[in-house]
Design a protein around this ligand. Sequence first.
Ligand code: AMP
Length: 216
Amino acid sequence: MILVGPPGAGKGTQAARLIDTYQIPHISSGDMLRAAVKEGTALGLQADSYMKGGHLVPDDVVIGMILERIQKPDCAHGFMLDGFPRTRPQAEALDTALRGAQVELDAVVLLEVPDQLIVDRITGRRSDPDTGTIYHLTFSPPPAELLAKLVQRKDDTAEAVATRLAKYHSETGPIVPFYDGMNILRRVDGVGEPDVVTTRIIAVLGPVVGRPSPGA
Ligand code: AMP
């Protein structure tokens, strides 16, 4: 399955909850690219300048990275893509690769959040570098003792957010009709408490990707 939505729609937050429910790996192109930047790999060096300004990393770089990742054994029983595909060529490359492997996408969840909410959500976003837990200074406040160690993403500034939102509409927008045409697009209202949004996602996924695992 795939999670699609503007930056700050809650894809990462929801993915972290959904992997517990569905027991499949969460593959975030943004997390993979940030890890590559941190490690200083060739791919990271290539991606860094694009990411800092909120621009998209070139398709060939990201496509290669994700297609390699989904061939790993832990993806044999399914996977959740977050942040990929983000352009029509990426969606087409994924489609070709999945057809070749005779794997079918069950669902593409589109988390819908209006632009005016996105800026507030992103500029208040902080994460715990040790656990990866995402907080929001106002909407999902961290425990006081963690506050000092929380970090803000370099591209979560107001300027980069404006670029990222514009790119989302111009570059990622066209993948919506692509998946709608395949009849696997599921629109979910992303406004509200994270728990409420999770319940909405599970409600639309339930019939297509099977029941949540026991105890979830
Ligand atoms: P994210 O964590 O998904 O918001 O991604 C952070 C940044 O990584 C984006 O602003 C892009 O610079 C880059 N990025 C992540 N996924 C992709 C992708 N599928 N295609 C191009 N660039 C990406």
